[in-house]
Ligand binder design. Structure first.
Ligand code: 9MR
Length: 566
């Protein structure tokens, strides 16, 4: 039979935790089939049947209409490498069942940030075959708008080197750095000891600071340079006027600009700096002055925001008035209540200063949501839950209310799973947006916080179901992390991966995932069905790009599951 007429056996291609739920989904090529499916496990090398079982009644994938059979082999508890087979003789690719199946993955998804570093050469010692020359020194960056002479900008400049490229493009955006940094710092603050032993082999390794913080510091220093020391406001982004071609970083010499101070960027910056300041307190000897500088940066940013409470980044409008036109990512956000709450909360947690209280209290009127770059309210919840002990006395009621609201969000996700794949992800059509894979990872994070608050194992299981989704138990049959699993993206929309002449893409990167919006108009999408609208093609930036804010919740999810095994 041709492949399209064969059942698709979807497993977590990286592997299953020995003590965890073990589910595979068989997607049948036809719809409306209802007799259960029989499956059995065999060793990767061998024929003996080690486990066999039958699915329950088939469920319909509400997006594709296909019939799905859920094979639950959780009762199988032997570590090893296996294949799951059907009575037709068709088998899955080999996958492992292990006590600690995500050790390499947990490291690689963090190491991915090293590969995204701007202004620094990636040395073969650390980057292996993906070594490359430095690009974009960003030591001379024009303050937009700027006049031009002989085709080059002229005017005032700042230096803002370093940081990570945002995604498959070579620009650096404060708003998106904000949520990314917070998520990585959450991972650090929620499991500080875990990171003592996780080494990513980067130039800073061994300097007495855990590598996750070393990597965070690389972007933190860039962010600090994006603040105007004169007034405390923060530039929205550092960018070329247009997206660059598909070339290596070192080949791009187009002029770079910092563009428009915005309230969203400044508040996100304030939140990040406040959180960084309290983390870096513990490293004062190795990083003298840095914790204090971060706090000062946070407070001056907050003051600027008070004076400019609603300076929205509206790229189209700016382009009507200023030159050159800027057509790169906008990260324009018109609703700033959540940014205010988040910045106020982080500043309050770090300083204890009651000035931030009223803005933080506004959280009580905002229902928690799954975080995205434009909606950061739940980042405030995450930090508040981490420092519960501070909520005695007059804060007790506020805290109890937030906890109820938060568990309401977690329960609503739990109550509406995607039945065909038994994952939280996909339970709502609206899960399939640009960057849907980050929705899955962020839902996983929400579930892990709910688990830590209640110790109810159903939440941990739900988080793991979304990791299974990302690693292959989904309608596309792809493991969405480059370099992992048996079928993973080979052509992500990531300029170095396209231009470096190396067959394998840079590893450890989570691609955007199914997105029926298909805004890239790339040919080759197999379907409009929300959960299967994915194509592994570098032109498909709406589903196959990579981005710092998508990897970060995966760093959290994978490593928290490792840090807190069953
Ligand atoms: O992740 C962003 C997504 O939510 C937006 O819908 C999309 C269109 O504005 O932009 C995405 O972010 C991209 C950014 O604008 C530029 N760098 C690449 C980002 C990932 O595609």
């Amino acid at each position: 039979l041709p492949d399209t007429l064969q059942p698709l056996i979807c497993t977590n291609q990286v592997g299953y935790e020995l003590q965890g739920k073990k589910i595979a989904v068989v997607v049948l090529p036809v719809s409306g089939k209802s007799s259960p499916v029989h499956a059995f496990l065999i060793p990767a090398e061998g024929e003996d049947t080690l486990w066999e079982g039958t699915s329950g009644p088939l469920a319909t994938d509400i997006y594709t209409g296909k019939s799905c059979a859920i094979i639950d082999f959780s009762s199988f508890h032997r570590a090893g490498k296996y294949r799951l087979c059907l009575s037709t003789g068709r088998c899955s690719a080999p996958f492992v069942v292990a006590k600690d199946p995500y050790a390499q993955l947990g490291t690689a998804v963090l190491k991915a940030y090293y590969f995204l570093r701007c202004s620094e050469p990636l040395l073969p010692e650390y980057a292996e075959k993906w070594a490359r020359a430095a690009g974009h020194p960003d030591t001379v960056v024009y303050i937009h708008p700027s006049a031009a002479s002989a085709g080059r900008p002229v005017g005032n400049t700042i230096a803002a080197p370093g940081g990570w490229y945002d995604a498959g493009d070579y620009n650096k955006y404060i708003v998106n750095s904000g949520i990314t940094m917070a998520t990585l710092m959450d991972a650090y603050e929620d499991m500080p000891r875990y990171w003592d032993t996780l080494v990513t082999h980067i130039p800073e390794t061994g300097n007495g600071i855990p590598d996750i913080l070393n990597e965070i510091l690389w972007n933190l220093r860039w962010m600090l340079a994006m603040q105007d020391p004169q007034d405390g406001g923060v530039y929205h982004k550092l960018t070329s006027a247009e997206f660059d071609g598909f070339e290596m970083p070192s080949a791009d010499h187009s002029p770079r600009f910092v563009v428009h101070k915005s309230t969203a960027a400044t508040l996100d910056f304030a939140a990040v700096m406040a959180q960084a300041s309290r983390i870096l307190q513990a490293f004062k000897l190795r990083l003298p002055g840095l914790a204090d500088s971060c706090l000062h940066a946070a407070e001056t940013a907050w003051q600027w925001a008070l004076q400019h409470p609603d300076l929205i980044y509206d790229q189209e409008q700016l382009n009507q008035h200023f030159h050159p036109s800027i057509t790169t990512g906008a990260y324009g956000d018109r609703h700033l209540t959540d940014e205010w709450c988040w910045a106020a909360t982080e500043l309050w947690l770090t300083t204890g200063d009651e000035r931030y209280k009223s803005r933080m209290y506004a959280l009580a009127d905002l229902q928690p949501t799954v975080p995205t770059w434009s909606d950061v309210r739940t980042l405030a919840y995450f930090s508040l839950f981490r420092f519960q002990r501070l909520h005695a006395g007059k804060y007790a009621n506020f805290y109890v209310r937030l906890q109820q609201q938060f568990l309401h969000l977690a329960d609503s996700l739990l109550r509406h799973p995607f039945a065909a794949f038994a994952t939280v992800m996909g339970g709502r059509r609206s899960d399939f947006v640009w960057g849907s894979n980050a929705v899955a990872a962020n839902q996983g994070m929400v579930m892990l916080y709910a688990w830590r608050l209640t110790h109810n194992p159903a939440y941990r299981q739900a988080a793991a179901s979304n990791l299974d989704y990302l690693l292959g138990r989904n309608a596309t049959g792809y493991c969405f992390v480059t370099g992992f699993g048996t079928r993973s993206p080979m052509h992500p929309h990531h300029r170095p991966s396209i231009a470096d002449g190396v067959r394998e893409p840079v590893p450890g990167l989570l691609v955007g995932g199914p997105n029926p919006g298909m805004q890239d108009h790339c040919n080759g999408y197999p379907t409009h069905a929300a959960d299967a609208a994915y194509v592994d093609d570098s032109c498909a930036y709406a589903c196959n790009e990579i981005a710092i804010n998508w990897n970060a919740p995966l760093v959290y999810l994978v490593n928290m599951l490792r840090a807190e095994p069953h």
